[in-house]
Design a protein. Structure first.
Lengths: 305, 263
């Protein structure tokens, strides 16, 4: 195998390894999960018979490797088990909430691209570089929950711009997308700025300049494409942190997505929901990274190993 | 800024925050003392940074948040660096199947984004500052292990390490004496570069209510508690936010300077 198929096979192996890791984390948990579920469902002091019955029902009495194998096979067919709180299938609950998160993510990634590319271009001007780097630093250092809280409470509640209750629509995604986009744009702009500086020193760019190409034309036509592979990699990495970012931002804006669902499950220690949601995040991350690598290799074949 | 200036500015910012954490409690009021008659007071001489929704002094709470926010991040970073160093050097020095197994484990951990992995760990351990620190460290050691392995593998061929082995020093001893100290500097630099991310991550998860339990002060938690009054009293969000930005700035200046210092 070579090229793309090799990269995809690698991604599949990584995904299975990560799934095993995600499942195995629950073995760290102290105490009997069955007892925890009973307590969470309002049974104050469960009797040993109740605990034993639930252990049997949840299949907890089987050895860990058997449970892991069963979970992996089920997950491969899209079955992520049932929530310990609601008893509903995790996959169905996730499918309900996923569209809102995808919408928010799409708007945020779009904004981030619209911010990052011009910022990296501006930074190519020597006098503007310091200012651009300052903005990039602030974008990366100001926590998204601070930006989100101020946007919601000052812009929406105080000034009455936008909506307080997020409904999961495209229009409603604009404001919650801002904190996510700022954090992503900061990373992308930094990566792209550095890559462009490097490409500018290459010979073909010097030739283009010597032949009289204008400054902007040199940057857009001769520098930007060559500098894009590291940006693709950075975009792929961002998709990974998106689930964590969404957990924060969606909670602030009460966005009906996957984020608040995950946070509620964590607080209640609803293990199947946590595992299923995290697995979905890992899947998105691995797929995004693989696509980014393939895209980078397509733009610049010299980079492919 | 020159490397020197970056190094000292970064270190000074972090030291200043630590000094503030020690000094403010000696001078100011109790960070947990409530005073409901005086809630949401704007900054004034008696409360230089105002009071929060329970009338607590924001300056005192900001200072009390240094150990739970920045301090916890330093602990996470130190533990991650120590584990990463141990795993990376072991893989490089042992080689063979040990290296293969450890490298695979690192690959798998790296396949889960750091904060997502931390969320998953808190999801099974339960919320709390200790569990949060454990979760962040469990998620944070892998990139440092990869770095340490690459770095240590390069060292094994250096003349002084080869000479030590030829002189009859056993491999583990040579590793401990010659490879670990040289690798530790680089790992510390890379870990310091990541400290800002850890501060942001810890504060974000604490903001979600997965960290310290109230009334303990923590910067992310302080923002979370004041979300509904942020329009009336924006300093309740701005003060902890600014301290987080300051910590990230200090860590990034220091990390940058250290990373360029490292060979």
């Amino acid at each position: 195998m070579r090229g793309p198929s090799r990269r995809i096979a690698q991604a599949a192996v990584t995904l299975v390894g990560a799934a095993v890791l995600v499942w195995s984390l629950q073995l760290l948990a102290p105490g009997d999960p069955a007892r925890r579920v009973l307590v969470a469902n309002g049974v104050g002091n469960p009797t040993p018979t109740q605990v034993a019955a639930l252990r049997a029902e949840l299949g907890l009495d089987e050895p860990a490797p058997v449970r892991l194998g069963r979970w992996l096979l089920a997950a491969a067919t899209g079955d992520l088990g049932r929530s310990w709180r609601s008893g509903a299938p995790v996959a169905a609950e996730l499918a309900d909430r996923l569209p809102a998160t995808l919408r928010l993510a799409a708007v945020a990634l779009g904004f981030a691209l619209l911010l990052a590319v011009p910022l990296a271009l501006i930074a190519q001007h020597r006098r503007a570089d310091l200012a651009a780097r300052g903005l990039v630093f602030l974008g990366a250092a100001v926590p998204s929950f601070v930006v989100g809280t101020l946007l919601l409470e000052v812009v929406v509640v105080r000034l009455g711009i936008g909506r307080v209750l997020a409904d999961g629509s495209w229009g409603g995604a604009v404001l919650p997308a801002v904190p996510l986009a700022l954090a992503a744009a900061a990373v992308w702009a930094r990566v792209l700025r550095a890559a462009m500086l490097e490409v500018r020193a290459r010979r073909h760019v010097q030739v283009a300049r010597a032949r009289g190409a204008g400054r902007l034309r040199v940057l857009l036509v001769h520098v930007l494409p060559g500098a894009s592979p590291p940006l693709f990699t950075a975009i792929g990495m961002t998709v990974g942190s998106l689930l964590a970012g969404a957990a924060v931002v969606e909670t602030i804006f009460t966005w009906p997505g996957v984020g608040p669902y995950l946070v509620e499950a964590i607080v209640a220690r609803d293990v199947p929901v946590v595992q299923g949601t995290v697995l979905l995040g890992v899947l998105a991350y691995v797929v995004a990274n693989t696509l980014a690598d393939l895209a980078a290799a397509a733009v610049d074949p010299g980079r492919a190993r | 800024m020159s490397r020197r200036a970056e190094l000292w500015t970064g270190a000074a910012v972090l030291v200043l925050l630590a000094v503030a954490a020690l000094a403010v409690p000696l001078l100011g009021p109790d960070p947990d003392a409530t005073d409901y008659a005086n809630r949401l007071a704007a900054p004034s001489p008696s409360h230089p940074l105002g009071t929060d929704q329970a009338g607590r002094d924001v300056l005192a709470r900001a200072a009390a948040g240094v150990p739970t926010s920045l301090g916890a991040a330093v602990v996470v970073t130190a533990v991650s660096a120590a584990v990463g160093l141990l795993v990376g050097v072991t893989a490089a020095v042992a080689g063979g199947w040990v290296d293969t197994v450890l490298s695979r484990v690192v690959d798998v951990v790296l396949a889960v984004p750091q904060l997502v992995l931390a969320l998953a760990v808190v999801g099974v351990l339960g919320p709390g500052l200790t569990n949060l620190v454990v979760a962040m460290a469990l998620a944070g050691w892998a990139p440092l292990a990869r770095y340490a392995r690459t770095f240590a593998a390069g060292l094994l061929h250096r003349p002084y390490v080869v000479a030590a082995e030829l002189a009859g020093v056993a491999r583990p001893v040579a590793a401990l004496r010659h490879v670990v100290p040289a690798t530790a500097g680089g790992v510390a630099a890379v870990a310091t570069l990541g400290l800002g991310e850890v501060v942001l991550g810890l504060a974000g998860l604490s903001f979600l209510g997965l960290g310290v339990a109230p009334p303990t002060a923590e910067w992310g938690q302080m923002v979370a508690e004041s979300t509904t009054v942020a329009g009336q009293a924006p300093w309740l969000v701005v003060v902890p936010g600014a301290l987080i930005v300051l910590s990230v700035a200090g860590a990034s200046l220091l990390g940058d300077a250290l990373a360029r210092e490292a060979p």
